[in-house]
Design a protein. Structure first.
Ligand code: ADP
Ligand code: NI
Length: 217
């Protein structure tokens, strides 16, 4: 098996499958996660073939767009990797990562246990904070017809994945319910360092936003 060729073909397959969509799950998101994965993976000395494949395939079929079915993503990834002649043991590890990496609420246990999984999860989480993360949050909120902000609606600490996914809160509340939590949830040292700056920027943005809210600034 020619690993470089499999990566290249996988990249083309994902680009063609995801194209452009408006919730922040498009090919450009995958591209950013893939690049951050390569950066973190090299620093953390991971198996690069596994992390690159998992990063490229991690949003191939998001459960949110398949009536809540969380098995579609790993299944689609498996079919693709089998068609490329990838070893079963690698397919198994890649699919484990894809099945378990997504954020499911403040108090919901993280099921990612391997170094490779931790790296791809960090890379995906980095894309949810900082300038890009802020942009994605508002894009997602708009797609879901959510208010930007409502001072009368308080953020929630979600105890279960179901509670988190069914939440109808404002986009600003999502900052408290997910974005600000990510910095302390980063798995790797490299990821943590990258998250620090993005986190600070996200906090500064929110401060400006709230300062403008009452028209005093
Ligand atoms: P993950 O990649 O961890 O599965 P999601 O698919 O839940 O993340 O979210 C994709 C993007 O949309 C992220 O940037 C995330 O912060 C944002 N997002 C998710 N839920 C909401 C929400 N309720 N309000 C605003 N943005 C959201
Ligand atoms: Ni993602």
């Amino acid at each position: 098996m020619n690993k470089q060729l499999v990566i290249k073909r996988t990249q083309e397959f994902v680009k063609e499958t995801l194209k452009i969509e408006g919730t922040g799950h498009d090919w450009q998101h995958v591209y950013r996660v893939w690049k951050a994965t390569i950066h973190i993976g090299k620093e953390e000395k991971a198996d690069m073939f596994i992390v690159e494949l998992a990063a490229l395939l991690h949003d191939i079929a998001d459960w949110k767009f398949h009536s809540g079915d969380q098995s579609v993503g790993p299944k689609k990834a498996r079919e693709w990797l089998e068609s490329q002649g990838v070893d079963e043991q690698i397919i198994f590890q890649v699919c484990e990562i894809i099945a378990n990496m997504s954020f499911k609420g403040a108090k919901v246990e993280n099921k990612i246990k391997t170094l490779e999984g931790k790296i791809v999860q960090d890379a995906d989480r980095l894309d949810a904070i900082g300038a890009i993360g802020i942009g994605r949050a508002f894009a997602y909120g708009g797609h879901k017809n959510r208010a930007l902000h409502d001072p009368g609606v308080k953020p929630e600490i979600h105890q279960t994945a179901e509670h988190y996914h069914n939440s109808n809160g404002t986009t600003i509340n999502h900052f408290y319910e997910k974005l600000f939590l990510l910095k302390d949830l980063m798995n790797t040292k490299t990821g943590k360092n990258m998250a620090e700056h993005r986190h600070k920027f996200t906090e500064e943005f929110l401060k400006e936003f709230l300062d403008e809210w009452d028209g005093k600034k």
